[in-house]
Design a protein around this ligand. Sequence first.
Ligand code: FMN
Length: 166
Amino acid sequence: MKNIGIFYGSATGVTADIANRLAKALGVPAGDVHNVADTAPTALADYKLLVLGSSTHGSGDLEDDWYDFLDGASALDLKGHTVALFGTGDVGMADTFCDAIAKLHNALEHTGATFTGHYPADGYEFSHSEALLPDGLMMGLALDENNYPQFTDQRIAEWAQRIKKA
Ligand SMILES: Cc1cc2nc3c(=O)[nH]c(=O)nc-3n(C[C@H](O)[C@H](O)[C@H](O)COP(=O)(O)O)c2cc1C
């Protein structure tokens, strides 16, 4: 089994760019960075640590390409695999900020995978997110390239170090 695979869905390229920046921070080669639009869900089984990312679209929805992929992925047995989630959003949609992170979590929690990478979203002003846990952490790395691009580099670097140790 390979060590780390990154899988993302991206409508306009923002999440794709984050996926590539995460790949650099994690030392993941380009061949292990997958756009879910043209990847078979069974590819998840090839990696120990699965780094999965989606932007939020509609009103709190996943990026479109995830739906077909998750149909297959949610049927997999991912016991022994670890999943770390990331997402891009916009605090302008203050009631559904980065909800897609929670949608990914909910779709995959029955696969037997272990989840890691809960991380704060301090400094981001929003009123609600499905991905916000009672302990104040988000279910993954939440980023907002429209309003807080200045936070992104440091958050990627720190989160990458944390999930590598998981
Ligand atoms: C039609 C539309 C709806 C959106 N809805 C949300 C939303 O509900 N919550 C959120 O946090 N961001 C929302 N966003 C912001 C996007 O998630 C954000 O711009 C993201 O970085 C886009 O990434 P992508 O190009 O990888 O798809 C929305 C953007 C658009 C265009």
